[in-house]
Design a protein around this ligand. Structure first.
Ligand code: SAM
Length: 248
């Protein structure tokens, strides 16, 4: 794969997770961000561990297919690795990330990767959707929406989550996270996140979920969502939870 000349948040996260799918340009951007904020690996490892617990909880509820938005690099404890019996469609809008994901998943008959703009579900290739999310709209699905809400304004985010609620079958689940206000005290790091980045107070999360019903675990700092043992000692940078469209 040709070496990209711009960093990507997805590959920076792969670097922080100790993965193998990033380039010098990503490492330089990750180091610069750490210079402005502080160590990030602990935050992204805690977020990836949350993804694992959330996906397992959804699979334990009987869901056997997942649709992942803003998927980034599909390794390091990602969905098909923690739910190996399930089928998974990873989607993203970044062409370099999509090519990387397709290369990583080449040969898998259970997980695929394609274009998908989370704010317009119609952009997903229907053939891929029906192959990897069989019974789409008729059978419950796990929708994974992590690392994305922070880049969508309130109106776009609530419309998007409501449209997803409308199209998925009853009994479906949504795993979602929001960025809290951790970066408020780090203006240089905040500026590096770009103009679209949105921090939100926890009181904002519930209304944005609209009709999705959070489980009794709530939307909490990700390290404290159903921790297995003592929660990881990570800053409360990201809040997450699992919500449902109740079975009819
Ligand atoms: C911060 S990364 C998160 C990656 C991954 N979900 C994780 O948690 O490690 C955000 C990803 O969302 C993608 N993205 C940004 N806007 C998007 C949109 N409207 N629809 C789908 N993906 C989007 C970016 O290309 C990037 O790969």
């Amino acid at each position: 794969m040709a070496e990209p000349d711009q960093p990507s948040t997805a590959r920076m996260i792969d670097f922080w997770l100790g993965g193998e799918h990033h380039f010098p340009v990503d490492v330089a951007a990750a180091r610069a961000f750490e210079g402005a904020y502080g160590p990030c690996a602990v935050i992204f490892r805690s977020l990836r561990a949350f993804l694992g617990r959330a996906v397992r909880s959804i699979a334990d509820a009987g869901v056997d297919s997942f649709l992942v938005f803003g998927a980034g690099v599909p390794t390091r404890g990602n969905v098909h690795e923690v739910a190996p019996e399930a089928t998974v469609l990873y989607t993203d809008v970044d062409p370099v990330t999509i090519r990387l994901g397709q290369r990583i998943l080449a040969g898998s008959d259970r997980a695929g990767y394609g274009f998908g703009d989370a704010t317009d579900i119609g952009t997903i290739d229907p053939a891929q959707l029906h192959r990897f999310v069989p019974g789409w709209g008729r059978r419950p699905v796990g929708v994974i929406f992590l690392g994305l809400a922070a880049f969508l304004d309130d109106d776009t985010l609530s419309r998007t989550l409501d449209e997803l609620y409308e199209v998925v079958a009853p009994g479906s689940f949504l795993a979602v996270d929001f960025d809290g206000e951790e970066l408020a005290g780090h203006p240089r790091a905040l500026a590096m996140m770009g103009p679209a980045f949105r921090m939100r107070p926890p009181t904002a999360f519930g209304p944005l979920l609209g009709r999705w019903e959070p489980t009794a675990d709530g939307v909490v700092p990700v390290a404290r969502w159903r921790p297995e043992g003592a929660p990881a000692a990570a800053p409360d940078a990201c809040y997450g939870g699992v919500a449902t469209k109740p079975a009819a």
